[in-house]
Design a protein around this ligand. Structure first.
Ligand code: GRG
Length: 295
């Protein structure tokens, strides 16, 4: 399978398995389950579970043995998007090309749907380790839980919200993005490496790779935001709405940010030197995809 086919294959497996995990028969809380399914099934690139599954494969383990962990990661990601879109946070009305969860189901249900997905993800991970109890499996799910929590994504989101309307320095901006966006991307790769019983050298190499692609992902997201806004709304980089956000283009300008993302990808690829070229084809192509993607 080539890169595109592999991405599609993994995506379909994750989506099929998530459908099964969300086939929950209830009597009273039908709206809650429907709203959880709505956001999970709204599409998305499924980047994090794909990274998880391909890392498992790279390290010669069977990805099907770990599929529920990949789904749990995507559920955590989806919860974060539902909550990020709420009126109290980013107040967005569109996500993954569809009306946001709170627009369809109301704010209270959207909050509960996010809570439900976050908790379900942890239930799934705990059920997995209780069936396959190894030290590395426990360490792996711990890496994912931490990345989603107050030492990762939630910390990044909290500082982002506190910084709204204020001018912040570059280090604060880097803190926000490496936690809000980078932490779960990094955890998807590192947890898979740990759960595959990889040696320390390979775990360290993959961690460095993950940090670089997380950073390049965020810079590219900022660039796409600007280019998308310019194309769709005729907004310019200096407009108030775009300037309100702490983004890489705001600090470095658009062209320098593109160059920064490119150099970051070069560093990501170099950090995989401990792997044979034939082993790491997917990861090299994925690094390029991160900065060439259109959404
Ligand atoms: C609410 C605790 C909490 C955290 C929210 C993920 C997040 C933190 C906010 C999303 C805001 C945002 C647009 C961040 C930039 C990068 C990012 C995470 C984009 C969305 O991820 P993709 O592109 O989305 O992987 P899809 O839809 O493809 O899954």
């Amino acid at each position: 399978m080539n890169f595109k086919e592999l991405m599609e294959f993994d995506k379909q497996i994750v989506e099929k398995y998530m459908d099964e995990l969300l086939s929950i028969n209830v009597i009273y809380e039908k709206k809650l389950i429907e709203s959880m399914k709505y956001s999970v099934q709204a599409g998305g690139k499924r980047l994090r579970p794909i990274l998880f599954l391909e890392t498992i494969k790279l390290l010669n383990k069977n990805p099907f043995d770990f599929i529920e962990i990949a789904c749990a990661i995507e559920m955590i990601h989806t919860y974060s998007l539902i909550h990020d879109d709420l009126p109290a946070m980013d107040n967005d009305s569109l996500r993954r090309g569809k009306p946001t969860n709170h627009v369809v189901f109301g704010e209270a249900t959207a909050i509960l749907a996010g809570d439900g997905l976050l908790n379900l993800a942890h239930e799934i991970m705990i059920a997995f380790v209780s069936k396959k109890l190894t030290k590395n499996n426990i360490n792996g799910i711990n890496i994912i839980s931490k990345a989603a929590g107050i030492n990762g994504m939630i910390a990044g989101q909290a500082v982002d919200i506190e910084s709204e309307g204020k001018s912040i320095d570059i280090d604060t901006m880097k803190f926000i993005h490496s936690n809000k966006t980078g932490a779960l991307i990094e955890a998807s790769i590192v947890a898979a490496a740990v759960m595959s019983d990889a040696d320390d050298t390979r775990i360290a190499a993959l961690k460095t790779y993950a940090k670089y692609i997380g950073l390049a992902f965020q810079i590219t997201d900022d660039i796409l935001d600007i280019e998308g806004n310019e194309a769709e709304l005729g907004k310019k980089i200096g407009s108030d709405e775009l300037n309100d956000k702490a983004t890489y283009p705001k600090y470095f300008g658009l062209e320098k940010s593109k160059e920064y993302a490119k150099n970051t990808i070069t560093n990501a690829i170099e950090s995989l030197n401990v792997f044979e070229p034939r082993e790491k084809t997917f990861f090299v192509e994925l690094a390029d995809y991160i900065i060439c993607r259109k959404k």
